[in-house]
Design a protein around this ligand. Structure first.
Ligand SMILES: [Zn+2]
Ligand SMILES: [Zn+2]
Length: 72
């Protein structure tokens, strides 16, 4: 059975992944810092198609997801 996935981002390592709606822990670093939407309320459906390591900004508010704390 396929459950609907939600794109979430980890506030610690900045990785975007497709998660279960109930998930709260990052698969990469293990911290429970996942967010299902940007500070501005924009969901991350745009983020999953972007390769890791490339620049990524919120299309609504311009937040830079890849060069903040935890990047690199
Ligand atoms: Zn993480
Ligand atoms: Zn935003």
């Amino acid at each position: 059975m396929t459950r609907p996935g939600v794109a979430k981002v980890c506030g610690v390592c900045g990785r975007f992944r497709l998660y279960d709606p109930d998930d709260s822990y990052c698969v990469v670093c293990g911290y429970d810092t996942l967010a299902a939407e940007c500070d501005c309320g924009r969901v991350f459906d745009y983020a999953l198609s972007e390769p890791e390591g490339s620049p990524l900004h919120c299309p609504r508010c311009g937040k830079d997801w890849r060069s903040g704390p935890g990047a690199g």
